[in-house]
Design a protein around this ligand. Sequence first.
Ligand SMILES: [Zn+2]
Length: 365
Amino acid sequence: MKIGELISFLESQAHPSLQEHYDNSGLLTGDAGWDCKAVLCSLDAVEEVVDEAIKKGCNLIVAHHPIIFGGLKKINGKNYVERTVIKAIKNDIAIYAIHTNLDNVIDGVNGRIAAMLGLKNVSILAAKQESLTKLYTFVPVDMAEKVRNAIFAAGGGHIGNYSECSFNAEGEGTFKAQKGTHPYVGDIDRRHTEKEVRIEVVFPAYLEHRIIAAMKGAHPYEEVAYDVISLSNVNPRVGSGVIGELATAMSETDFLEFIKAIFQIPVVRHTAFPGRPIKRVALCGGAGSFLVARALASGADAFVTADMKYHEFFDANGLMLIADIGHYESEQFTINLLQEILEQKFPTFAVLKTEVQTNPVRYFL
Ligand SMILES: [Zn+2]
């Protein structure tokens, strides 16, 4: 199997256009055309992980954090990023990063954390704006099913947990074929009236090229009439952080004990207790302080995240318990998630998890 096939599948789960503007997800070293021997999943593709990949015969590392983030001006091995890149290139190791695009889908990093906490009714905390598009096209009645099928196969028509959603209205289309055309129906230079179906389908904006190409490929007309409209509705499966509910409310101390056990952490930094049971929990793996206001507005009793600064703890305003559990700790289950995503699709392929503990932070207790 080619590395590009694995990447295509990962991108169907978390499209690269869903990454934040500052991010650098994608293939960082190597070539999508290489044959893939085996995959190693990790949170950080650091030098020790490249060593592990070499030792285990993996020529693709799928990592959450992009090792090349702010760009490289020199590659002479003076810091850990340069040494990692040099080692990967010298040993024909491809490094693929799936970062904020995996944060921004509901079944990604945060969905996995929510599952580990047993949260119910999980939804996106801050949905991404302008991420849905609508296609209208006009198809002869007997070809409508073929065009609908092509659009669905390309990823159109998903609303929440429903697939193959479309609206279809019959009407009449008119056209007059000019000289030099090859009309599917009707004659040159005479107005033709055709019974047509107007098909409406919604899809994530990033699929536009694929959906239009699939629709045109299945459409019988030489000149296809269609409209593409950006919607103000948000995609409920795409955005930052998630919020959900514990099966049963817990006291604040029980909740922090629970978190310590789930994430296997020795200590939690947290705000003063607001003094009420914890039921609604918002969370964001990694640095999530930008979501404090949204968590408060969503009525969260607790917000679980990492990398909170001193002043940001004040933003809880005494109304919500903020628990900072550490960046690595909050995202540690992403390694399992990556392995499971790939194993479900490619069950006979070797997909390994790193055994290197890449957390650069230690606790002196
Ligand atoms: Zn992170």
